[in-house]
Design a protein around this ligand. Sequence first.
Ligand SMILES: *Cc1c(COP(=O)(O)O)cnc(C)c1O
Length: 383
Amino acid sequence: MISFPIFLDNNATTKLDPLVLAAMMPYLTDNYGNAASVQHSYGWVADEAVKIARQEIATTINALPQEIVFTSGATESDNLALKGVWEAYKSKGNHIITVSTEHKAVLDSCAYIQAHGGEVTYLNVDENGQIDLDDLQKNIKSTTILIAVMFANNETGALQPIEKIGEIARANNVLFFCDATQAIGKTKIDVQNLNIDLMAMSGHKIHGPKGIGALYLRRRSPRVTILEQMNGGDHENGRRSGTLNVPGIVGMGKAFSLAMDNLDMEISRLENLRDDIENFIVQNIPNCHVNGKKNRLPHVTNISFFEPNSNQLLAAFRSKLAVSAGSACTSAKNEPSYVLEAMGLGVEAANSAIRISLSRFTSKEEIDFAKAFIVETVKGLQL
Ligand SMILES: *Cc1c(COP(=O)(O)O)cnc(C)c1O
């Protein structure tokens, strides 16, 4: 049985896995200790649970538990990585390289850094949302301290050439920060092979709870240092103060380890469902266009319909489907998506984009219903 509206907006957030909730429950009830309380068993129980979760998250990305710093989410991890590195490496340089299609948490942190005297270069992307590696290489200078490039884009799923970026960063002795929020559980990530030095992650994009995230910080060759952005108590080895969100951390650890179970099978299942809905739409609606199709995550498609616009489409879909505009446009201000514009899409294409994002809980029945419903609805509106 399908329950409506069908949730196909999994790049915005995901359903909490019941197994994650079950793992969290004891830490929301009886085991309410503060993980920093070393004097009694309430603290030890909490600390032990945090240890296990830290190991689960580290294992997912081939890191060490000491390299994981817990935060309130990927937004905070992005802020901590960018501002933390910029403040810690001032004696080396003042220049950061990022990309125009990054998440707002990265772009707004970069804007803050610029407003406070830092220098930021924004690389362009091609029609598939990917940067040009020569362009990256050319923009590195002696004062460059950090390259910040996301693993995969939240609007289109477009993957960046992470391995090559890691090689370039390493060869030039520049740190590489990667926002991998969307990529966790949708592709394999190995921070060693990829030469990633800092990496942002979130719980709620992968069936964990909201309000918990982590930042991976490389400990060796090179050892990354950051300046703390949240002061008070020196938790997380002085990198992020604040009482640990024990239930959230336990949930994130469980969510990460569940995401690794049968990952290869899940990737091909998602890819098949995504290709099915995408092909059906493309075959039945003339003139629609898939944005950034070349190299992307398996669970997302971003399609421009040209007419009607995204808001009209969303309104027509609403009772049956929860999807989102590829753009950040609100009903009030009809601004096209900066991500799609950077990929060279015209205003009409950018203003009529719909993002469909699947999850582990998306079923074939839901996709069969959704694809027929979308085609029928769009055809009706285009008459
Ligand atoms: C969702 C998202 C974020 C923000 O994560 P929160 O945990 O909600 O703060 C950052 N970056 C990307 C790429 C995202 O998709």
